[in-house]
Design a protein around this ligand. Structure first.
Ligand code: C5P
Ligand code: C5P
Ligand code: C5P
Ligand code: ZN
Length: 480
């Protein structure tokens, strides 16, 4: 069979061979949508290959977590959606014979200490090592999918797992430029061929499957259409003025309930409205995008649309219920899905309360960044999601990155940083900002150019902001 990402094929084959020869595997993954889907892809590939394994999810793959993994009696440790940034902690265990590591990740690998060589291991599958962008072209779930395809034996076909890989990519927001690009596109093509994914151009609003139309428009903060975004009455007025019957028995229909022609009518009216309110052309074009739906999921449910699916997963794993999210990914419904929906309601409420809090409190302004410290008001596991959603909201600039703090524990603060594709093209690399600024205050961090995070001693917050501000200033100045 052909390779989904040819540049990674040889390395994937080495990683797969190691797993197929293992007596048993400990599979460790990250607690977000991309991490859960990575874990589910790996678990399914291991099960299909008949290899015994145990699964564990970690918020951060720190030295303690790696020690715990090393203490299990499996001969191979498979790390998915993390591991690259923690090679300095993983490699010593490999050298001590605790386990053979296999890593399928897309984060920036740990860099060398001055005068030393960067730590490395043989079975390290990361798009960044093959000139593929780990922030926009392949996610952790994508890297794990490449591995799963390499693990196929005679009667196993893992291409159906492309569906989960796409959920992971979209969960890490790799589709923000109008659809998935690069290596991700090959995964989509395989999923479409396997009958697992449908790819269509559709309206680019979050909640096409489940939100009643007025809510769909009102919450469409990413489009920022005056008189509609964030405006419940405006949205109702706009919809009521259209020559389409958008209600059934007095209840608003959802986007999925509309026929193709009805969707076109609403989308064109929305674009005309946006133009008439002075929305610039590039944002008007953003009203439509390439969308991905999962062919096997029921229409009108949270699992049908990949971005709603990814929210369901964040709603579980970021609340210490990775078991529920994994079960949903593995196809369990009934109890697991009921529990996931309950968690989703809490997650949604937390997101909206967090955004409201920022709106009321405002953000602090430095020279090259803006920041806020939510203390205990926002859970540290979701403060990054909220920071990303806040960029461009009322009172938050879009032309500067945002750095968010939340309490991690009595001594430490969690930091989440978010930028935009636009700022990255101008030279911003938040992964470098987080790792250098945190190292300067005895913390640690990393991530991607457009989104990164760190943990720092809480007393050194202001010092950290100064370092970050200076580094960002340098990055954005260099490119002029
Ligand atoms: O673990 P890590 O890869 O999980 O997380 C990536 C994070 O970066 C996600 O929370 C995702 O929403 C965020 N991101 C973003 N904007 C992008 C790409 C990723 O906020 N353009
Ligand atoms: O994890 P990531 O940063 O990709 O999450 C983006 C979040 O934005 C999702 O959890 C989703 O709930 C939320 N969202 C939303 N309404 C929108 C856009 C995004 O609730 N219009
Ligand atoms: O937690 P948050 O969503 O803000 O994380 C953004 C990115 O930064 C993720 O890819 C995460 O893995 C990375 N990160 C990291 N080290 C930390 C915290 C976050 O590499 N201490
Ligand atoms: Zn990821």
């Amino acid at each position: 069979m052909s390779d989904p990402v040819p540049a990674m094929a040889d390395r994937a084959a080495d990683c797969a061979a190691c797993l197929l020869e293992a007596d048993s595997v400990v599979l460790a993954s990250h607690i977000d949508a991309d991490g859960l889907t990575s874990g589910a892809i790996a678990a399914t590939a291991l099960r299909r290959a008949g290899i015994p394994f145990e699964t564990t999810f970690e918020k951060q793959l720190d030295a303690d977590a790696i020690d715990r993994i090393a203490a299990t009696d499996h001969d191979v440790a498979l790390f998915t959606d993390f591991g690259s940034g923690q090679l300095d902690d993983i490699v010593p265990h490999e050298q001590a014979g605790a386990f053979t590591p296999v890593i399928a990740d897309h984060h920036q690998p740990a860099t060398a200490e001055e005068g030393e060589e960067a730590p490395e291991t043989d079975r390290h599958l990361n798009p960044l090592l093959f000139d593929i962008d780990g922030a926009s072209e392949l996610s952790g779930a994508g890297a794990t999918y490449v591995l799963a395809r390499a693990m196929e034996t005679d009667d196993v076909d893992n291409r159906d797992l492309a569906a989960l890989a796409v959920v992971g990519a979209v969960g890490d927001m790799q589709d923000t430029d109008g659809g998935l690009i690069g290596a991700n596109e090959s995964l989509v093509a395989e999923g479409v061929e396997a009958g697992a994914i449908e790819e269509v151009t559709d309206i680019s609003l979050y909640g096409r499957q489940t939100r009643p139309l007025p809510k769909l428009l009102e919450y469409a903060s990413e489009l920022r259409i005056p008189g509609i975004s964030g405006d419940e009455q405006g949205s109702v007025r706009f919809l009521s003025g259209l020559d389409v019957d958008l209600k059934v028995d007095g209840d608003w229909r959802r986007w999925v309930d509309l026929s193709f022609e009805e969707r076109q009518t609403v989308a064109s009216a929305l674009m005309r409205h946006a133009i008439s309110r002075g929305v610039p052309p590039e944002r008007v074009n953003g009203v439509t995008t390439t969308t991905y739906t999962l062919a096997d999921e029921e229409v009108g449910t949270e699992l049908r649309d990949v971005s709603e699916f990814s929210t369901v997963l964040n709603a579980t794993a970021r609340y210490e219920r990775a078991d529920v999210g994994l079960a949903v990914c593995l196809g369990y419904r009934d109890d697991a899905l009921d529990e996931a929906r309950r968690l989703l309601r809490t997650h949604r409420r937390n997101l909206s309360e967090g955004l409201e809090w920022i709106k009321n409190e405002g953000v602090e302004q430095a020279d090259h960044l803006q920041w806020f410290d939510a203390g205990t008001r926002i859970r540290e596991t979701i403060v990054g999601i909220i920071a990303g959603m806040a960029l461009g909201a009322d009172g938050v600039r879009r032309d500067q990155p945002i750095i968010a703090f939340a309490e991690e524990n009595a001594e430490e603060l969690k930091v989440s940083a978010r930028g935009s594709g636009f700022l990255v093209r101008d030279g911003l690399d938040l992964s470098v900002v987080m790792s250098e600024a945190s190292a300067a205050v005895d913390g640690g961090g990393g991530g991607h150019d457009v989104a990164a995070g760190a943990t720092i001693p809480r007393k050194r917050r202001d010092e950290f902001v100064e370092h970050a501000d200076r580094i960002i200033g340098d990055q954005l100045a260099d490119e002029d």
